[in-house]
Write a protein that binds this ligand. Structure first.
Ligand code: COA
Length: 691
C-alpha cells in the first residue's frame, strides 16, 4: 500500500492529524487532499471533539510544493483546505516545530490556535521565489501581528524565531512539547465552546507613517523585482477591504505571478541551489571539527570568522608577531561591530573568540582536519606554504587554497597526497558573501570534494563546484564581459552610462563603481604581468591603465573611474577626457550606445564565455553558472541568472547577438561551439541541467 501522507491518530477525544511527507512536508496535492479528508472525518466523528495538526519528521510544513508550481493548479486548493479548517465545527490547533513557512504558516494561521517549539520558526518566504503568500498570509498576518510587522515579515521573507512570533501574536504558546500542549489547548477550546477565527479579527491600530516609510524602502530596494511591491499592495488591501475580498485579490495576484518569468526564474535558482549543494554520488565527506587558516589578511580573517560562526575550532597562522596581532585585531573588529550593532551578544562574541588560536608557526596547525591557505596571490609563496603544510599536517588532512585565479594543480604538486588538495574560493567579505567556489583540481578525490561542499553548507554558504582555469567560473566570465564594457567605452559610452544601464538591468552596482570600490591596483598589476602573453590580435583598451598611471586606484584614493567627494561618487571630466582620447587614438567616431545595447552585449558576452566554461568542464551545469553570477557578482536574481535569461530569449537569438559582437569586435569573440550546437539543435541550457 502506498504510504499515506496524512493520517489521524487519537489522543482521547482529540484527533491528531499527522502530515508525513518527507523531506519537508510540503503541501503537495496529496497532502492537501489528505488534510481536507481528515478535517471532514474528525468533524463527523462523534468521539472526537477537537483536532490538532502536526507534522512528522524534521519540520512542520515548509510551504507549498515548489515542484508543482509549473503545472496547472489542482483542487483542492490550499485556500479550500484552510477554509474547511477555519470553519470546522470543532476547534483545530496547530503544533509547530522546525520551519513553518509560506503555506505552512498560512495553514497554521487558519487554525484556531498555535503552539510552537522553542527552536521553531515561522515565515513567509514567497517573495524570495517571486510570489506573494497565496493562501491568506497577507490578510491574516496583519490582523494578528499588525500591518507593520506583516510588511516586514512578508517582504523580507525572514524566518521569525518562536519568541518573536509569540510576542507578535502569530502563535499562542511556546512549548517543549508542542503536540501535547496543542492537544490540551484543543480540548480546552472544545470545553469553552468558542474559539477565534483569525479571518474575523479586525486589523489593529497601527503606525501609518512607519508603514509607509517601510513600504517606500522596500520599493526602493526591489531593483526591478516585482513581488515585493505586490506584497505591499496585498497587505494594503487587508487594511481597507473585508477579509473575503482581500483574500480574493491576494489569490488573483498570486495567480498572476505564479507563471511570471520572475517567479520561474527564482524557482529555477531555488532548485539550482539544491542541485549544486548535493553530495556527489558515491562520495563521503570527512568530518571537519578543527580547521586552520594560513594568512590573516582581509580574506583569511573573514574565513576564520565564517568558521567560528559555524562552531569550528580554528587556528590562524601568520608569519610574524606583528602580522598575527593584526589578524587577531581584524577578527575581533568583526565581532565588535556585530556586538555594537546588536546582532551578536557579548557572550556569543566571547564564545566564538574562545575557539580561535593565533599562531606564527605552521607547526601549530599539526592536528587540524582541514586548512585554507589565504596568503598573497603568488604561486611560489603558495607552493611554499603547501610544501610546508604537507610536512606538518596529518596525511589525510585536507589542504585548500583560497586563490581566485592561480593553478591549484601546481600547488598540489608541492604536496604529498595531491588528492587531498582543492580550492575553496571565498568571496569578500568572506563571512558575509554566500558564494563559495569549491574548486576540483585534477587529482582531487571525490571524498575531498564532498568535504569542501559539506564544509560550505556548514558555513551557511552556497557551494558551487568549479574546475581549474584562470578565474574559475565567476572571475573568468567577469573578465570577459568587463572587456566588452571597456570596448563600449571606446565606442562611445561613458563609465557612468554603462553603470546606469546595468543598474537599470538590475545589477546591485555598475561595474565601474564596483571596480572603484574594490580598488584598481590589483587588476593593473595583473594586466602588466600578463601583457607579454596577451593576444596581439585582440583589441586592447588602455583606459584602465591610464587611470591607474594617474594614481587613481579607486575609492580608497579618492578617485578612480569616478571622483569621490565626502564619500559621494561624482562624474569626473578628467576620466571622460581619457575615454575620448582612447576613442580618438583608435580612430573611432564616438556614438551613443543605447542602454539596451549595453545590457545585451554584456549578457551575450557572459553567455558565450559561459558556454566555453561548460564545454571545458569548468562548470558542471548551466544552473551552477547562474548561481555564481547571482550570488557573487550582483546579477539580478529575478532574472534567474544569465543562462536562464538566455533560454528565455532563445539560443538562436543569443547566437545571433554573439555573432554581431564577433563581427564588430573581431578576434577573441568567436561564438562558442556549444552555443552554435545548442542553437542549431533547438535546445536550451535547461536541457543540460538535468543530471
Ligand atoms: N517544495 C518542495 N520541495 C521543497 C520545498 C518546497 N517548498 N522546500 C524544500 N524542499 C526540498 C528541497 O528541494 C530539498 O530536496 P532535495 O533533498 O531533493 O534536494 C529538501 O526539501 C531539503 O531542503 P533543503 O533546503 O536542502 O533543507 P534545509 O534544511 O537546508 O532547509 C527549508 C529547509 C524548509 C528551510 C528550505 O528548504 C526552504 O526554505 N524551503 C523553501 C520554503 C519556501 O519557500 N516555502 C514557500 C513556498 S510557497
Amino acid at each position: 500500500m502506498p504510504h499515506a501522507p496524512v493520517r489521524i491518530e487519537r489522543s482521547g477525544d482529540v484527533g491528531v492529524i499527522l502530515i508525513d511527507s518527507p523531506p519537508v512536508n510540503a503541501l503537495s496535492h496529496a497532502v492537501r487532499e489528505g488534510l481536507l479528508g481528515a478535517v471532514g472525518r474528525i468533524a463527523e466523528d462523534p468521539h472526537l471533539r477537537a483536532a490538532v495538526i502536526a507534522c512528522e519528521g524534521r519540520t512542520f510544513v515548509a510551504g507549498a510544493d515548489i515542484r508543482e508550481f509549473d503545472a496547472a493548479p489542482r483542487s483542492p486548493s490550499l485556500h479550500e483546505v484552510i477554509a474547511a479548517i477555519e470553519f470546522s465545527p470543532k476547534p483545530v490547533v496547530a503544533a509547530l516545530h522546525g520551519t513553518a513557512l509560506g503555506g505552512g504558516l498560512e495553514l497554521a494561521l487558519g487554525c484556531h490556535a498555535r503552539v510552537i517549539a522553542p527552536d521553531g520558526r515561522v515565515g513567509l518566504p514567497e517573495v524570495r521565489i517571486g510570489l506573494i503568500p497565496g493562501a491568506g498570509g497577507t490578510q491574516r498576518v496583519p490582523r494578528l501581528a499588525g500591518p507593520v510587522a506583516a510588511l516586514d515579515i512578508a517582504t523580507s521573507g525572514r524566518h521569525v524565531p518562536a519568541g518573536e512570533a509569540l510576542a507578535l501574536g502569530l502563535v499562542d504558546a511556546v512549548s517543549q512539547t508542542p503536540r501535547e500542549e496543542a492537544v490540551l489547548r484543543a480540548r480546552a477550546l472544545a470545553d469553552a465552546g468558542q474559539w477565534r477565527r483569525s479571518s474575523e479579527l479586525a486589523v489593529p491600530e497601527f503606525d501609518r507613517a512607519a508603514f509607509d516609510a517601510q513600504a517606500q524602502q522596500v520599493r526602493r530596494r526591489a531593483r526591478g523585482a516585482e513581488a515585493p511591491g505586490r506584497v505591499i499592495e496585498s497587505i494594503e488591501n487587508a487594511l481597507t477591504l473585508p477579509f473575503k475580498e482581500g483574500s480574493a485579490r491576494e489569490v488573483a495576484i498570486f495567480a498572476a505571478l505564479r507563471h511570471s518569468s520572475q517567479a520561474r526564474a527564482l524557482r529555477h535558482l531555488f532548485l539550482a541551489e539544491r542541485a549544486a549543494a548535493r553530495t556527489p554520488a558515491g562520495a563521503m565527506p570527512m568530518d571537519v571539527a578543527r580547521a586552520g587558516v594560513v594568512g590573516g589578511g582581509t580574506m583569511g580573517s573573514g574565513i576564520a570568522v565564517a568558521m567560528l560562526d559555524a562552531g569550528l575550532q580554528v587556528t590562524l597562522a601568520e608569519v610574524s608577531d606583528a602580522a598575527r596581532d593584526a589578524a587577531e585585531k581584524r577578527v575581533r573588529a568583526v565581532y565588535d561591530r556585530q556586538v555594537k550593532s546588536g546582532r551578536l551578544s557579548p557572550e556569543a562574541r566571547e564564545a566564538r573568540l574562545g575557539r580561535i588560536g593565533f599562531a606564527t608557526e605552521l607547526t601549530d596547525l599539526a592536528g587540524v582536519d582541514l586548512v585554507v591557505e589565504a596568503v598573497i596571490e603568488e604561486m611560489p609563496t603558495k607552493q611554499d606554504v603547501f610544501r610546508r603544510l604537507s610536512s606538518v599536517l596529518r596525511r589525510d588532512a585536507v589542504i585548500a587554497s583560497n586563490t581566485s585565479y592561480l593553478d591549484i594543480n601546481r600547488m598540489a604538486d608541492a604536496v604529498e597526497g595531491p588528492e587531498r588538495v582543492l580550492g575553496l574560493h571565498f568571496f569578500s567579505p568572506a563571512h558575509v558573501m554566500r558564494l563559495l567556489e569549491v574548486v576540483r583540481a585534477e587529482r582531487t578525490s571525490p571524498d575531498v570534494l564532498a568535504t569542501g561542499i559539506a564544509l560550505g553548507k556548514r558555513l551557511k554558504k552556497l557551494p558551487v563546484v568549479a574546475g581549474v582555469c584562470d578565474g574559475f567560473i565567476g572571475n573568468r566570465i567577469l573578465a570577459r564581459w568587463r572587456v566588452q564594457t571597456d570596448y563600449m567605452l571606446e565606442d562611445g559610452a561613458t563609465p557612468q552610462e554603462i553603470d546606469a544601464a546595468l543598474e537599470a538591468y538590475g545589477f546591485a552596482m555598475g561595474p565601474y563603481a564596483v571596480a572603484d570600490l574594490a580598488g584598481l591596483d590589483i587588476g593593473w598589476a595583473t594586466r602588466k604581468r600578463k601583457a607579454a602573453t596577451r593576444d596581439p590580435n585582440e583589441r586592447y583598451v588602455p583606459v584602465a591603465d591610464w587611470i591607474c598611471e594617474r594614481g587613481r586606484f579607486g575609492q580608497k584614493t579618492g578617485a578612480g573611474y569616478y571622483r569621490y567627494e565626502d564619500g559621494k561618487r561624482v562624474v569626473d571630466p578628467e576620466v571622460t577626457a581619457l575615454v575620448e582620447k582612447a576613442s580618438e587614438q583608435r580612430g573611432i567616431a564616438r556614438r551613443k550606445i543605447a542602454p539596451e545595447d549595453i545590457q545585451n552585449r554584456v549578457h551575450a558576452s557572459m553567455v558565450n564565455e559561459a558556454c566555453k566554461v561548460l564545454a571545458e568542464g569548468v562548470a558542471d551545469r548551466p544552473s551552477d553558472i547562474d548561481l555564481v553570477l547571482v550570488n557573487g557578482y550582483g546579477y539580478p536574481a529575478w532574472r534567474g541568472g544569465p543562462m536562464f535569461g538566455a533560454d528565455e530569449i532563445g539560443l538562436a537569438e543569443m547566437l545571433r547577438r554573439v555573432e554581431a559582437i564577433h563581427a564588430e569586435c573581431g578576434a577573441g569573440w568567436e561564438p562558442a561551439s556549444l552555443l552554435r550546437e545548442l542553437a542549431r539543435d533547438g535546445k536550451r541550457f535547461a536541457d543540460l541541467n538535468a543530471g
